[in-house]
Design a protein around this ligand. Structure first.
Ligand SMILES: [Zn+2]
Length: 477
C-alpha cells in the first residue's frame, strides 16, 4: 500500500486584548469573579443593539496585514445560529462569506481568511462534587461572552505534526509582536484547532478530515496530531474508513475521544446581521495599521539568514524573541569586524543564556562588554573556557570591564611564541608516558588525558586546538 502522507490545516482563535468587548462596553478580563463584566448587550436582553469596537477592527487589520492578507474594502457580520448555554443570544455574531481579511500567507503556509467574531461565555461542568439538587450541573460565566476574537484559518499546507507546532509558534510570535493579544494558550487567549487527514503520498485529493479541538500547548498540539495521524493510518491500513468527527485529545492518557459537540448539527443558518453596518476601513485606518507593524519574526528570520549568515535554527531562535533579537543586533554592531554574527549568535543563545540561567541574580551585560569579550576570544587573547569565566563575572556585575577582568583573574590565554604553553605540554607528556605511548600507537582518544592535564595546569587559559597541535608536534606525529 502507498505511504500515507499527513495533511494538516489549523484554525486559530486569537482573543484580542482590547479594553472592552466586541459589541458592548464591558471590560475584557480573565480570572475575575464570575459574571461581573456583563451588561444587557452581552447578556442578550431583548431590544438591545450591538456597537462594534473600533479598536478590535484596527487589531484585526494589523493581524491581516501581518499575514499578508487581502483586506476586504467592505466586510459584513453574520449571525451563526446555534443553541447552547454559553450563547445567550442563541447566535454568535461572526463573519461568513465576506471576512475582513481574505487570502494571505505566513511562511510556507497559505492563510485562507481571518475574520472577526465574538467569544462565547465559559461553561464550567461541575461533576459529582458540585451537584445541584442531586444532579451534576454546568455553571456559566458570562465575563468572556462577547470578547473580541480573530479566527485565522489556514489552507491544509502542513505535512507533519512537528511542522504544525512550529508554524503555530511562529504565528503566536507574530501576533504577540503586534501587541493585539496576550496569546496565552493556558488562559485561552490563543486556541488552536487542527484539521487532520491522510492521503496516499503524491495524491492531490484530500482525505476525510477530523478536527482536534482546543489543544492548550504546542507540545500537546504536536502530540495530539501525531496520535490522530497514527489512528487514521491504522484505520485505513485495516481496510476501514475515517469518519468525519470532532475529537478531544487527552494529553495525560494519549486517548482521542469523540466530542459531544455543539457543532453536530452543521446547519448554522447563517444570515446577515441586521443590527450592524458593514466594516469599511478608511485609507487612513489602513495606513495607520500598516505603519504600526514592527519587523515580524518571519521577515527578521529571513534577514538573519540572508544578511548575517545565521543558520535556520539560530535565526528562528533569535527572531522569535524581539527583546533578545534587539540585544543580539546591538552586540553584532558593537563587535563590528572582530567576529562573525554567527559567532555572536552562538554566545547570545548559548553561553550567555546558560550563564543567566545559572544564577538568579545574574543580569544580562550591556552589549559593549559582551562584544569586547567575544572579540577577545575570537582574537585568541582569551580561550573559550577563559571567556566563560569572564562571562560569569560579567553577568554578576553588568558594567564590568572585560580587559580588567582578564588581567585581574589572570585569564589571558597562554600560547603564542614565548614557549610557556609548549613547556606545560612537554611536562604533561612526561608525566603520563602511558598516554603518550598510546597516542603514538594510534589511539587518538588517549590524547584527551594529556589535554585535560594541560587545561588543569593552565586553569583553562589555553586554546584546546593549540594544545592538541602541540601534543602531536611534540610526539612527532
Ligand atoms: Zn456587556
Amino acid at each position: 500500500m502507498a505511504e500515507l502522507e499527513a495533511v494538516i490545516g489549523l484554525e486559530i482563535h486569537v482573543q484580542l486584548s482590547t479594553r472592552s468587548k466586541m459589541f458592548c462596553g464591558c471590560a475584557v478580563s480573565f480570572g475575575d469573579e464570575p459574571n461581573v463584566h456583563t451588561c444587557p448587550i452581552c447578556l442578550a436582553h431583548p431590544g438591545v443593539l450591538p456597537v462594534p469596537n473600533e479598536e478590535a477592527i484596527r487589531s484585526a487589520l494589523k493581524i491581516g496585514l501581518a499575514l499578508d492578507c487581502e483586506i476586504a474594502p467592505r466586510s459584513i457580520f453574520h449571525r451563526k445560529n446555534y443553541f447552547y448555554p454559553d450563547n445567550p443570544k442563541a447566535y454568535q455574531i461572526s463573519q461568513y462569506d465576506v471576512p475582513i481579511c481574505g487570502p494571505g500567507r505566513l511562511g510556507e503556509v497559505r492563510i485562507t481568511r481571518a475574520h472577526l467574531e465574538e467569544d462565547a461565555a465559559k461553561t464550567i461542568h461541575v461533576g459529582a462534587s458540585g451537584r445541584i439538587h442531586g444532579s451534576a450541573a454546568s455553571l456559566v460565566d458570562f465575563n468572556r461572552a462577547g470578547t473580541p476574537l480573530v479566527e485565522i484559518v489556514t489552507e491544509p499546507d502542513l505535512r507533519s505534526a512537528a511542522d504544525a507546532a512550529d508554524w503555530a509558534r511562529l504565528l503566536r510570535e507574530t501576533v504577540r509582536q503586534l501587541g493585539v493579544s496576550d496569546v496565552n494558550m493556558e488562559e485561552g487567549s490563543l486556541r488552536v484547532d487542527a484539521n487532520v487527514s491522510v492521503r496516499p503520498a503524491g495524491s492531490t485529493e484530500l482525505g476525510t478530515k477530523t478536527e482536534l479541538k482546543n489543544m492548550n500547548s504546542f507540545r500537546f498540539l504536536q502530540r495530539g496530531i501525531e496520535a490522530e495521524l497514527g489512528r487514521q493510518r491504522e484505520v485505513i491500513g485495516a481496510g476501514g474508513r475515517v469518519e468525519q468527527e470532532t475529537l478531544h485529545f487527552d494529553p495525560a492518557s494519549g486517548d482521542l475521544t469523540p466530542l459531544r459537540s455543539k457543532e453536530e448539527a452543521h446547519d448554522y443558518r447563517y444570515f446577515p446581521e441586521p443590527d450592524l453596518v458593514a466594516i469599511a476601513p478608511t485609507a487612513a485606518m489602513l495606513a495607520e495599521a500598516r505603519e504600526s507593524l514592527p519587523e515580524l519574526p518571519a521577515a527578521r528570520m529571513a534577514r538573519y539568514e540572508a544578511e548575517l549568515g545565521l543558520d535556520e535554527a539560530q535565526a528562528r531562535l533569535l527572531a522569535g524573541d524581539p527583546e533578545q533579537a534587539g540585544y543580539f543586533e546591538a552586540v553584532v554592531a558593537a563587535v563590528g569586524e572582530a567576529a562573525e554574527p554567527r559567532v555572536v549568535a552562538n554566545w547570545v543563545t548559548g553561553d550567555l543564556t546558560a550563564a543567566l540561567r545559572a544564577s538568579e541574580d545574574a543580569e544580562r551585560p550591556e552589549a559593549g562588554p559582551l562584544a569586547d569579550l567575544i572579540g577577545a576570544v575570537a582574537s585568541k587573547q582569551v580561550s573559550h573556557a577563559g571567556g566563560k569565566q569572564v562571562l560569569a563575572i560579567l553577568v554578576a556585575d553588568g558594567d564590568a570591564d572585560v580587559a580588567e577582568i582578564v588581567e585581574r583573574e589572570g585569564l589571558a590565554q597562554i600560547g603564542g611564541d614565548d614557549g610557556e604553553l609548549a613547556g606545560i605540554v612537554a611536562a604533561a607528556i612526561a608525566a603520563d608516558p602511558d598516554a603518550a605511548q598510546q597516542i603514538r600507537s594510534g589511539n587518538g582518544k588517549a590524547i584527551g588525558a594529556i589535554v585535560g592535564a594541560v587545561m588543569r595546569e593552565t586553569k583553562g587559559r589555553a586554546d584546546g586546538g593549540e594544545v592538541n597541535r602541540l601534543i602531536r608536534e611534540q610526539l612527532g606525529m
